[in-house]
Design a protein around this ligand. Structure first.
Ligand code: PBG
Length: 326
């Protein structure tokens, strides 16, 4: 016989005790559901590398939002997928008030005023170069891009966006956007900054979904090096000082330490983006019968929350909400 007075297993001996001492609870309020929007009507196309995730025309996107709301999901992040013909070097289409994205934001907000709509601010969906900023001689221009991003943000706010999500990683963009929003009278519109956004291979399926892969090179001169953690603190400090209301870490799964680091060092909500590649990995393994898809999904989401995320952008939002409802 061991003579231990401390036996941690005593707190695991029944479901009742395990629930009583459980430190982390995942709820449907934690989820932000990313959605892909395409032109046209009455069409939804499944993203090949993301089974169960579709690109919707606006009419069907509204139905998808309704369905998600019935499961208790109240925050949505919409990404547009544009035909090449609408793309140019300056992402002009991003401020077209009759264009796909801005009309969609307005329509969603009119139809469902109670939901929280988060946007994406970056040039890549509208850029013929497929980069998040203006490209000149193979370089991504920082300060010139800020003006484009600020105009995009103000146009989105005008359509009723609740939260602006700059995902571009240009230096100084949070402050620049904050000032533009305030000057235009949108002092109440929030900014959830993609603060620690890494140059990651896990975005692959998303770029398939939006046809937004860079036409040349990679995004390493603006997105962060996966080797760096201290630099995430610098990015967070800048975004905080520049007025971000929430700080995001992206991707989530391979960056749990960064989520915890920001959670421990900042007094505003920390969010995490459970990105397309993280979704695809679980779906693919589950399809092959190599993983229990539901259990690994729930464990992944719970762990992201335990790491310190106050909210999680996840393509699993509906699947997980259904399980939480049971
Ligand atoms: C682009 C953007 C990306 C994602 C969100 N916004 C991809 C990229 O930076 O190339 C990725 C999301 C995902 O993989 O789920 N501004």
């Amino acid at each position: 016989m061991m003579n231990n007075t401390r036996r941690p297993r005593r707190n695991r001996k029944s479901a009742a005790i395990r629930h009583m001492v459980s430190e982390t609870q995942l709820t449907v309020n934690d989820f932000i559901y990313p959605l892909f929007l395409i032109e046209g009507e009455n069409t939804k196309e499944e993203v090949v590398s993301m089974p169960g995730i579709f690109r919707y025309t606006l009419d069907l996107l509204l139905e998808e939002i309704r369905e998600a709301m019935d499961l208790g999901i109240m925050t949505f992040c919409v990404f547009p997928s544009l035909p090449e013909s609408k793309k140019d070097k300056m992402a002009t289409e991003s401020t077209n008030e009759d264009g796909l994205y801005l009309v969609a934001l307005k329509t969603i907000k009119e139809k469902f005023p109670e939901v929280c709509i988060m946007t994406d601010v970056a040039m890549d969906p509208y850029s013929s170069d497929g980069h998040d900023g203006i490209v000149e001689n193979g370089e991504i221009l920082n300060d010139e891009t800020l003006e484009v991003l600020a105009k995009m943000a103000v146009a989105q706010a005008k359509m009723g966006a609740d939260v602006i999500g700059p995902s571009d990683m240009m230096d100084g963009r949070v402050g620049y956007i904050r000032e533009a929003l305030d000057q235009a009278g949108y002092t109440n519109v929030s900014i959830m900054s993609y603060t620690a956004k890494y140059a990651s291979a896990f975005y692959g399926p998303f770029r398939d979904a939006l046809d937004s892969a860079p036409k040349f090179g990679d995004k390493k001169t603006y997105q962060m090096d996966p080797a760096n953690a201290t630099e995430a603190l610098l990015e967070a400090e800048l975004d905080y000082m520049e007025g971000a209301d929430m700080l995001m870490v992206k991707p989530a799964l391979a960056y749990m330490d960064i989520i915890r680091l920001l959670k421990d060092n900042f007094n505003i909500p920390i969010t995490a983006y459970n990105v397309s590649g993280e979704y695809a990995m679980i779906k693919a393994a589950a399809e092959k019968g190599w993983l229990d898809g539901e259990k690994s999904m729930m464990e992944m989401l719970l762990s992201i929350k335990r790491a310190g995320a106050d909210a999680i952008l996840t393509y699993f939002a509906k699947d997980a909400a259904r399980i939480l409802k049971r």
